[in-house]
Design a protein around this ligand. Structure first.
Ligand code: V47
Length: 432
């Protein structure tokens, strides 16, 4: 990592002129703060004017976050890799009894939570496979154990497909949507505070049938997050790209997320005096469009539900999966996908370049091209292993801060809900 400090130039005047005539209208729309269409999204993916796409994403990112870039002090816990499914993109899953299969006891989870808390972490990010044998109580006990032994830790846990699995094993089956709401309420009562964005993959039936056929489809993934929002939990969203999907399918994925977020934020936008056109809530316009606060934050006037906080585009890692013969996306495709996500998802406040998958060096570049968050210290991560990394994948706060500064931004520690963290060693508090 270079120690050179880079000052990104992103003023409107510094934007390169379009060589692709299709970009002219897009530039006008972005500068005016108008929503981009699916057709625009495809142009952003296909145009040779990559610098222009990235420059536009940076302008929009700075409207929302100025020169701040976010990180957190967290721990990921992958409590078990035993999974009833066998998605072909996934190298994490094992069958019970298979070499390398594991599951954490509640005692082990407690130990990790205590260690995380003692080290000053603010968040536990907990996900695992769909374990065919663990009872529902394992999950509620896991949450309540953490809640009791480390009450300061925010518990962000379980992807949408795990929630559907928990609904099934909890005997809360009844009506599908109601059952999901009920199981989420049980989990919330036990200590769950938000949902991570995993398991969304690509919202497309063809892609679903080809590489994750037995997993839930887009409508169920979106329903789980809608239900979580309904009961006041915030969540994130991901998009796993660079395998068998095509670019229009990625754009469609973004459109579905954007549409759902529109419906969620409508009431909030009205209370904040943010104009909507056809119910569209666009947060990424120029300063003069938003004399009031444009960023949704929990507890704000008009916001009675949770919402999508962050989009995390995840580049596909073929290593050791059934799709190992695929090349995976290039660095340039990863950079472009971050920029396109920032421009298309105009109502999701944050774009995360997850350093574990993007690498810290590329995450620096991504901060200059649409991303405003790089995730946190992580410590343990078992789902992907970049270039032979072990499960111990940790970085320090010093390195996160240095990376952010080198990229030309001001590092700011956040909690899971993007409140500013004030820290004194392992002691911390939030601004609210
Ligand atoms: O759900 C699985 C994906 C996800 C592979 O919410 C793969 O803040 C690439 O969701 N190559 C887990 N990706 C990671 C995730 C996440 C990460 C960081 C932050 C947040 C957040 C969420 O990883 C899985 C799946 O979609 N995945 N296999 C693979 N071979």
């Amino acid at each position: 990592m270079s120690m050179l400090h880079f000052e990104p130039a992103t003023s409107q005047e510094a934007l390169p002129s379009p060589s692709d005539p299709r970009m002219v209208g897009i530039v006008e729309r972005v500068l005016a703060g108008e929503r981009l269409s699916a057709e625009d999204g495809l142009v952003l993916y296909e145009t040779p004017d990559l610098h222009l796409v990235c420059g536009l994403a940076d302008i929009v990112r700075r409207r929302l976050h100025g020169d701040v870039a976010w990180y957190n002090v967290n721990r990921h816990i992958n409590y078990s890799n035993i999974c009833a499914l066998s998605c072909s993109f996934c190298a994490f899953h094992r069958k019970k009894g298979q070499d390398g299969a594991y599951e954490y006891s509640l005692e082990q989870v407690k130990e990790e939570a205590l260690k995380a808390d003692a080290a000053g972490a603010t968040e536990l990010h907990i996900v695992g496979g769909l374990h065919p044998k663990l009872p529902f109580e394992y999950y509620t006990n896991m949450l309540s154990t953490i809640r009791e032994c480390a009450p300061r830790l925010h518990i962000k846990a379980f992807t949408a497909v795990e929630i559907v699995h928990l609904q099934r094993i909890s005997r809360r089956a009844r009506m599908k949507y109601e059952g999901i709401v009920e199981v989420l309420r049980d989990l919330k009562e036990a200590g769950l505070q938000s949902l991570p964005g995993g398991g969304a993959e690509v919202f497309d039936d063809r892609v679903h049938d080809e590489v994750f056929k037995t997993k839930i489809k887009s409508d169920q993934w979106l329903d789980v997050h809608r239900a979580a929002h309904e009961i006041g939990l915030n969540s994130n969203a991901t998009m796993l790209y660079g395998h068998v999907e095509k670019r229009p399918e990625r754009i469609h994925h973004m459109e579905l997320l954007r549409g759902q977020q529109d419906r969620t934020l409508k009431e909030w936008a009205a209370a904040q005096d943010i104009g909507t056109v056809n119910g569209e809530v666009v947060l990424t316009g120029p300063e003069e469009m938003y004399p009031a606060k444009r960023m949704p934050m929990p507890g704000q006037k008009g916001l009675s539900t949770g919402y999508f906080q962050t989009i995390i585009p995840l580049p596909f890692f073929p290593n050791e999966s059934e799709l190992e013969y695929l090349p995976g996306p290039t660095g340039l495709e990863n950079l472009r996908t971050i920029a396109v996500s920032r421009l298309m998802l105009d109502n999701i406040p944050h774009v995360k370049a997850f350093w574990i998958m993007q690498t810290l060096d590329m995450a620096q570049l991504m901060l200059q091209n649409g991303a405003d968050d790089i995730d946190g210290t992580v410590v343990w991560y078992d789902i992907t292993h970049v270039e032979g990394a072990s499960t111990h994948q940790e970085t320090t706060v010093t390195d996160l801060q240095r990376s952010i500064r080198e990229a030309g931004f001001e590092p700011r520690e956040r909690d899971t809900l993007y409140r500013v963290v004030k820290r004194n060693g392992s002691d911390w508090s939030t601004s609210e």
